[in-house]
Design a binder for this molecule. Structure first.
Ligand code: DMJ
Length: 469
């Protein structure tokens, strides 16, 4: 049982430190309902502006707003301006062009990545590189693309390992990297941002780097076609052989599918097609009348743990995007029942004991993201209703005088003095999109969203040619 203990400890540490073919969209809103929906969209929009103003008042120039003490936090010894870069695409989508332009000007005029700080390669890829690329795709300012390329070039030395899987940390100034043990999400969630950068710059090296890391993980799958959880970037040996779709693995699967949808790269589709059936065969767990995805050993396929994370609620969206609406609907109902048990979700939960493993709720988006995808793909109003309910709960338990705050414990709703950057990037965006069904050009039929919800229009990638099979 040793590997299981290690994995759960690893998971808690991770949490602390921090279109396939789609069914046509069915519209089922009546006139009155659409007025009610647009009122909700307006409310989300004005709450976003209120939170943005709080960020600007109390945390401008820094990474994150601390919404209760009304001050700021930085991830490292020097700020990298993570909240505004992450918020930009949401500000644009909601029509806050002036606020977005201010971020763009700051990025171009005042932000330098020439800083002697070690950054977490996974986190900065999805938030900073992804944010800058979506900024460029909107504003088309070549200086923004230069910033994105400069940032990616500072990330690349981390991938200089025998396996091609990046080390955990890289120093933005010296390129020195460290941390030989990474989880699968940290190992291989780079094809999307790196592919976009290759497409925009015409330089294939970025996408090739991302794909090499993805192949390195897939090529180390077991005879059952399962992958593990934690890997050594030098030896390529599995450090934890626990297989799951939870935090620490999630975006690896997400990027197989989404990179295929955006770039039409057959190789990624083939990896997804090998991976998905064994997820259903070995990880799916029918328990107490509900569908869960638990944890199994990658070599034996035996179930080893029923500890799940709220991040796993990204999976209904992926199932729906890949065409498996029936499973997506069932799984979403499992997650909704967990949310409704508390009124928010605990970050870690054991579905067999019914106890939280880690009771924090960090304003995470995944359950709302999946409700949004299902609302688009099925047209069933129950998913809009779901997001209405989640939004009500967020306002009840997380809204503060100036913005929104995470919660230390979903049983007590004790607030936590932190508003993560993905609250701007993802949570508010998916709610707004759910309540704005008629907004043109920004929904999943037209865009593919990164794991941090930065949108890229499919039409811009129809001539993607880099390193496709
Ligand atoms: C986001 O930062 C990304 O979606 C990441 O891939 C996992 N989930 C968090 C928010 O919960």
């Amino acid at each position: 049982m040793q590997p299981i203990r290690f994995s759960i400890l690893g998971l808690i540490l991770i949490l602390f430190v921090s279109c396939g073919e789609q069914a046509p969209i069915k519209s089922s809103t009546t006139g009155t309902e659409s007025i009610a929906l647009s009122a909700l969209a307006d409310e989300v929009r004005s709450e976003t502006l209120r939170s943005w103003k709080a960020y600007k008042t109390y945390a401008w120039g820094h990474d994150v707003l601390a919404p209760i003490s009304r001050t700021h936090r930085d991830w490292y010894s020097e700020p990298l301006y993570i909240s505004p870069i992450d918020a930009y695409s949401t500000l644009v989508l909601m029509g806050f062009e002036e606020e977005a332009s201010e971020v763009e000007r700051f990025v171009v005029d005042s932000l330098s990545f020439d800083k002697d700080v070690d950054v977490k390669i996974f986190e900065v890829n999805i938030r900073i590189l992804g944010g800058l690329l979506s900024m460029y795709s909107h504003c088309k300012n070549p200086q923004v693309l230069d910033k994105a390329r400069d940032f990616a070039d500072r990330m690349l030395p981390a991938f200089n390992t025998p396996t091609g899987i990046p080390r955990y940390w890289v120093n933005l100034q010296t390129g020195e990297s460290r941390g030989d043990t990474v989880n699968v999400a940290e190992a291989a969630s780079y094809t999307f941002e790196m592919g976009v950068l290759s497409h925009f710059t015409g330089d294939a090296k970025y996408y090739e780097t991302g794909k090499r890391a993805t192949r390195a993980v897939f090529n180390r799958r077991s005879d059952l076609d399962l992958i593990g959880e934690i890997i050594d970037v030098s030896s390529g040996d599995w450090v934890s052989t626990q297989s799951h779709i939870c935090a620490g693995v999630d975006s690896y699967y997400e990027y197989l599918l989404k990179s295929w949808v955006l770039f039409q790269d057959e190789e990624l589709k083939e990896i997804w097609d090998v991976s998905l059936p064994v997820i259903h065969e070995y990880l799916a767990d029918e328990y107490d009348g509900q569908l869960w995805y638990g944890r199994s050993d990658m070599h034996t396929g035996e179930h080893v743990s029923s500890m799940v994370t709220l991040y796993d609620a990204f999976f209904p969206a992926m199932l729906a995007l890949s065409g498996d609406t029936a499973r997506a609907v069932r799984l979403q109902s499992t997650w909704a029942s967990l949310w409704n048990k508390y009124g928010l979700e605990p970050m870690v939960y054991d579905y067999r004991t019914g106890e939280p493993g880690y009771p924090v709720y960090d304003l995470n988006p995944e359950i709302m993201e999946s409700a949004y995808y299902l609302s688009r793909i099925t047209g069933d109003p129950q998913f809009v209703e779901m997001n209405k309910g989640f939004w009500e709960d967020l306002k009840t338990h997380c809204r503060t005088d100036v913005a929104f705050a995470s919660v230390e414990n979903v049983a007590t709703m004790e607030p936590r003095d932190y508003m993560p950057t993905f609250f701007f990037a993802e949570t508010l965006k998916y709610l707004y999109l759910t309540f704005s069904p008629d907004l043109p050009g920004v929904h999943i039929e037209d865009c593919v969203f990164t794991t941090e919800a930065h949108p890229f229009e499919k039409v811009d990638f129809t001539d993607f040619k880099v390193n496709k099979k």
